[in-house]
Design a protein around this ligand. Structure first.
Ligand code: GDP
Length: 364
């Protein structure tokens, strides 16, 4: 899963991004990830892995990961090509979701590029760049489709949709605002437009306001209303505290959060929200060599889930020996689960569930 961090200057992006790289996953486990200065790789929090570690004593424990891309250069005028604008816009095209950091803290020592704190105006400034870029793509697509539609009547519907999108963009709204049919959603996704990407708005609040997760912060309330209208999510964090947490080990982290009256770090909440926004779940493979979590979309069938591990697993798929994490945890071992008949032999049509512990059988 790739997430792109955007936001106006001085809202706390670097503070959050530095916390992410500091908290970073053990890179030795992820040789396939490109570790570049603008990429931070973190593990997806999953309590089940620790329990399975105690059960299997594996040589390696490998959580699922999220890659965060710092797209700090997306500024006002980007769609006009200002400040390498187009390059940053193209980075957004590659991510699965946008993490839009918004300033919700007051601090007279930290100037705001537009004078005062105003989350909705800030969001609209950045979103406008995405909207303008989409408008340009849509206009080109309309021209092309109009020509083709003259001889191919099946394109009339697509043309209608393109105009519907153009209208909403011209109102200065993101495509996310549109209520579309399932079919239209599929078609629009294939256009890979920027203002159609799922978004999580991260409200960056002060150290005091994080204690009730921003419930008493008026900016956060406005942010939540705005997000609801366009079907986006809000996660409230304090970037400064995230930076402090990222320097602690697990035990210290727990104590520190407890002192603040918090259950989880903002980063962990952000990762979970992204998973749920994108409809992602994890399944697990477990053995003496490694216990490992794999990310898939909800609704993925067993062979495609196996394909995440290796394409040969998908091609030669025979069956998935599957036990739910809960059953495994209750009984303490796969042997015990087998005795109770709780290890199922699932075939090609099986839809993998969150927390399934799977052993794939396949032909080579
Ligand atoms: P960026 O330009 O969006 O990357 O913003 P930075 O991360 O550089 O933050 C801008 C300034 O705001 C820095 O001086 C940070 O220390 C400060 N800052 C960031 N997050 C917080 C926060 O949660 N509370 C307060 N009071 N200051 C913050």
């Amino acid at each position: 899963m790739k997430l792109g961090i955007v936001g106006l200057p001085n809202v706390g992006k670097s503070t959050l991004f530095n916390a992410i790289t500091q908290a970073g996953a053990e890179s030795a486990n992820y040789p396939f990830c490109t570790i570049e200065p603008n990429v931070g790789v973190v593990s997806v929090p999953d309590y089940r892995l620790n329990i399975l570690r105690d059960m299997y004593n594996p040589e390696k424990l490998i959580p699922a990961i999220v890659e965060f891309y710092d797209i700090a250069g997306l500024v006002r005028g980007a769609s006009k090509g200002e400040g390498l604008g187009n390059k940053f816009l193209s980075h957004i095209r590659e991510v699965s979701a946008i993490i839009h950091v918004v300033r919700c803290f007051e601090d007279s020592n930290i100037t705001h590029v537009d004078g005062d704190v105003n989350p909705i105006r800030d969001i609209e400034t950045i979103n406008l760049e995405l909207i303008l870029s989409d408008l340009e793509s849509i206009e080109k697509r309309i021209q092309k489709t109009e020509k083709l539609a003259k001889s191919d009547k099946s394109l009339v519907q697509e043309l209608d949709l393109l105009h519907k999108i153009k209208n909403v963009l011209e109102e200065g709204k993101s495509i996310r605002f549109l209520d579309l049919s399932e079919e239209e959603v599929k078609l629009v996704s294939s256009f890979n437009l920027l203002s159609n990407k799922p978004v999580i708005y991260v409200g960056n609040v002060s150290e005091e306001d994080i204690q009730d997760l921003g419930a008493s912060n008026a900016y956060v309330r406005k942010l939540k209303d705005f997000a609801e209208e366009e079907n986006s999510e809000v996660v409230v964090i304090c970037a400064k505290i995230e930076a402090e947490i990222s320097e602690l080990d697990d035990e210290e982290k727990g104590l520190f959060l407890e002192e603040l009256g918090l259950k989880e770090s903002g980063l962990d909440r952000l990762i979970k929200a992204s998973y749920s926004l994108l409809g992602l779940i994890s399944y697990i493979t477990a053995g003496p060599k490694e216990v490992r979590a794999w990310t898939i979309r909800k609704g993925t069938k067993a062979p495609q889930a196996a394909g995440k591990i290796h394409t040969d697993f998908e091609k030669g798929f025979i069956r998935a020996e599957t036990v739910s994490f809960d059953d495994l945890n209750n009984l303490g071992s796969v042997v015990a689960a087998k005795e109770k008949g709780l290890v199922r032999l699932e075939g090609k049509e099986y839809i993998v569930k969150d927390g399934d512990v799977i052993l794939f059988r396949f032909n080579v």
